[in-house]
Design a binder for this molecule. Structure first.
Ligand code: PEP
Ligand code: MN
Length: 343
């Protein structure tokens, strides 16, 4: 249930409604809209009777919320969520470009790739210090040393850092280093990690699970927001299907569905969706054309030597081609956010 206040409602009237909601045993969440304030009623187990709230001063209407998710729904917050990272804005009409290797392997590797992707227009650098690997014998990431290297990349290039928090225990360390904390596909329903992310003061990049529906993705985001962190960026990264011509199947229809259902930004990771570098450029263009508000792309200067996900990593020259290919699909102001330098 959403209690919508009149345009001219006072702070005191809003406060009275909040108190009435709390007296009825629910949790109230005030949502400041551009034109008017709405108050969401949370933690109701069944339908809420709007009668006690409708007659309160300043109340315009009470609207039942038809979806299981609330804080992430457009019904609750009609306007696009905007997230600020340094001098970058994410969401709405903005476009974010994240690029970098799957894993941080050394300072030289990370800095080499960071300089390349920066020149081509990326404002965010990705790289895992803690890697979720299918095999325990595969490279697990450099851990704390990887975080130190990422901090060095930011210092040297000015790129903002996106890196994964693999579990609840290392979240403190990752939060200190990262500008955006990534929660990977395998952890999309790790509820203790989601709750911890909800207490973080950094934005969260939440990747869709390997076999998660959009509703499950939005419910996972609801966990984060309900703990107090509204800065969530969703990421479509392909889902498992019978297809074996690509690592996963990029679900492009997730983009318009999420954009209709939720004000949260949605970006696309074509690298993990495709798993093969020859598919990454066309699928990036498709994602942008479908309305993705950003891309996250794996790039490596020596993919044959990469310690993880080499086959899907673009060579820097291919990343430049990718950027050239999406520029015509962006608005003028989005192009200005990228400003690639000529090679
Ligand atoms: C990643 O982005 O590094 C990653 C492991 O991706 P995913 O969680 O989508 O598999
Ligand atoms: Mn990877």
């Amino acid at each position: 249930m959403l209690v919508v206040m009149k345009r001219q409602a006072t702070k005191d009237e809003v406060h009275q409604v909040v108190q009435a909601i709390e007296r009825a045993g629910y949790v109230a969440r005030v949502i400041e809209g551009g034109e008017r304030v709405a108050i969401g009623i949370l933690q109701n187990l069944g339908p809420v009777d709007p009668t006690p709230f409708l007659h309160l001063p300043g109340v315009k209407d009470a609207i039942p919320v038809t979806k299981p998710y609330k804080l992430v729904s457009r019904e609750f917050s009609p306007a696009d969520t905007l997230i600020t990272v340094g001098d970058c804005r994410v969401g709405g009409d903005h476009f974010m470009l994240i690029a970098g290797p799957c894993a941080v392997e050394s300072e030289e590797q990370a800095l080499t790739i960071a300089r390349e992707v920066k020149r081509d227009g990326a404002r965010f650098f990705r790289g895992g210090a803690y890697k979720p690997r299918t095999s325990p014998y595969s490279f697990q990431g450099l851990g704390e040393e990887g975080l130190r290297i990422l901090a060095r990349v930011r210092e040297e290039t000015g790129l903002y850092i996106v890196t994964e928090a693999l579990d609840h225990e290392i979240c403190d360390l990752v939060e200190e280093c990262a500008d955006i904390i990534q929660i990977g596909a395998r952890n999309m329903q790790n509820f203790s990690l989601l709750k911890r992310a909800g207490r973080a003061r950094k934005p969260i990049l939440l990747k869709r699970g390997l076999a998660a529906t959009i509703q499950e993705l939005l419910m996972a985001a609801e966990y984060i927001i309900s703990e107090g962190n509204p800065q969530v960026i969703l990421c479509e990264r392909g889902v498992r299907t019978f297809a074996d011509h690509s690592r996963n199947t990029l679900d492009l229809s997730a983009i318009p569905v999420v954009r209709k259902e939720s004000p949260l930004p949605i970006i696309v990771d074509p690298s993990h969706a495709c798993g093969r570098r020859d598919q990454v450029i066309p699928m990036s263009r498709a994602a942008v054309a479908a309305g993705a508000q950003g891309l996250m792309v794996e790039v490596h200067h020596e993919p044959h030597k990469a310690l993880s996900d080499g086959p899907q990593a673009l060579f820097p020259i291919q990343f430049e081609e990718l950027v050239r290919g999406i520029l015509p699909l962006l608005t003028e102001s989005q192009r200005a956010e990228l400003h690639p330098e000529p090679r």
